[in-house]
Design a binder for this molecule. Structure first.
Ligand SMILES: [Zn+2]
Ligand SMILES: [Zn+2]
Length: 347
């Protein structure tokens, strides 16, 4: 006798917010749920941050980017399926994917262990579809485990904005008790102030206008300098000069004006991505042996350090959430510069 079996209707479709060509608007589409290849996992996305660098996908500013493309490199979710050969990651595990979407393991930098600077670095949401969708596939090199107590919507921004500020500061050479200035109180800066405070620095927040003074103090700044009302570099010098200035707001002129606020051997650490030049006279750097350095995100291991530190210290992003269906609105809100401070899609 043949046994009859009820086959449940299989859900094979999902929703994604994609960009169909450079400069196009977001469109919400139905797609096949992807299957992970060898060395990959499928993630059921729970939250995805909307980062200013998503403009690279939206406007086609990344060389060689292919369309349609789903942006998103602040992904928090749950492993839903593992591909062949994956043993270190399990179904049901909470994971995140940030800017570092995988390395080739063969270039000169990778052979030296400097995966962050891989010459063929893959970027989630640019090299392959990112987190503006219900399910995504990622290579295991891109995965960071999310600590138990960290909510998905809080973990997501830590995977780009968080890791960038945390990693730049912890590699800056500033020691506990040093004066560290954080330029800009926005998506990066509001996290930078918190990390700098928890690292034991004396934190000077530098903003334009008086409106963020109270917030900066609440986030852990010892003092607030309004660069529109005073000469911020002089104010820093009155305090002995800053060992590190973490420049987060993409404003090259504001960065240039702060260089004279550095202490001897001080460093301007640049993470705010602007496209016009920082102006500095060689003599400004020579006297006092000052340096200017840039910093980009970090590896998934750095992401794990960032999230563990956030869990330990209570550092959290301030967020505004939007459902995936309103991705276009969420992106516009981020681009307006008015969001306080990170926009996160929820799924
Ligand atoms: Zn980003
Ligand atoms: Zn490489």
């Amino acid at each position: 006798m043949a046994t009859s079996r009820v086959v449940p209707m299989k859900m094979t479709q999902m929703k994604a917010a994609q960009i169909s060509k450079a400069g196009a608007d977001f469109e919400i589409v139905e797609r096949e749920i992807p299957t992970p290849d060898a060395g990959h996992v499928r993630i059921k996305v729970q939250a995805c941050g909307v980062c200013h660098s998503d403009v690279l996908t939206k406007e086609g500013l990344w060389p060689g980017i292919q369309y349609p493309r789903v942006p998103g490199h602040e992904v928090a979710g749950i492993i839903d399926e593992v591909g062949p050969g994956v043993s270190a990651w399990k179904k049901g595990q909470r994971v995140g994917v940030g800017w570092h979407g995988g390395q080739d393991n063969t270039c000169r930098e990778c052979r030296r262990g400097d995966f962050r600077n891989c010459q063929n670095l893959k970027v989630c949401g640019i090299s392959y579809d990112g987190g503006y969708q219900q399910y995504m596939v990622a290579p295991v090199e891109a995965l960071a485990a999310i600590p138990e107590s960290l909510k998905d919507v809080d973990a997501a921004p830590l995977l780009c904005a968080g890791i960038t500020t945390y990693n730049a500061l912890r590699h800056s050479g500033a020691l506990p008790g040093d004066l560290v200035a954080v330029q800009g109180i926005g998506g990066l800066g509001h996290l930078g102030i918190q990390f700098a405070n928890k690292f034991g620095y004396k934190v000077a927040a530098v903003g334009r206008g008086p409106e963020n003074a109270a917030l900066a103090t609440k986030l852990g700044a010892s003092l607030y300098i309004d660069s529109q009302a005073t000469n911020a570099a002089e104010e820093l010098q009155k305090l002995g000069g800053a060992q590190v200035i973490l420049a987060t707001a993409p404003n090259s002129k504001a960065m240039s004006q702060l260089i004279d606020g550095l202490a001897p051997n001080g460093e301007l650490m640049v993470i705010g991505a602007a496209f016009d030049p920082i102006e500095v006279m060689p003599i400004q750097l020579i006297s006092g042996s000052k340096t200017i350095q840039g910093w980009a995100a970090g590896t998934p291991a750095d992401s794990e350090d960032t999230m563990r530190f956030a869990e330990l210290s209570g550092v959290r992003p301030m967020i505004e959430t939007y459902p995936l269906e309103r991705a276009a609105e969420a992106y516009a809100r981020m681009m307006s510069g008015k969001a306080e401070f990170r926009v996160v899609l929820t799924l």
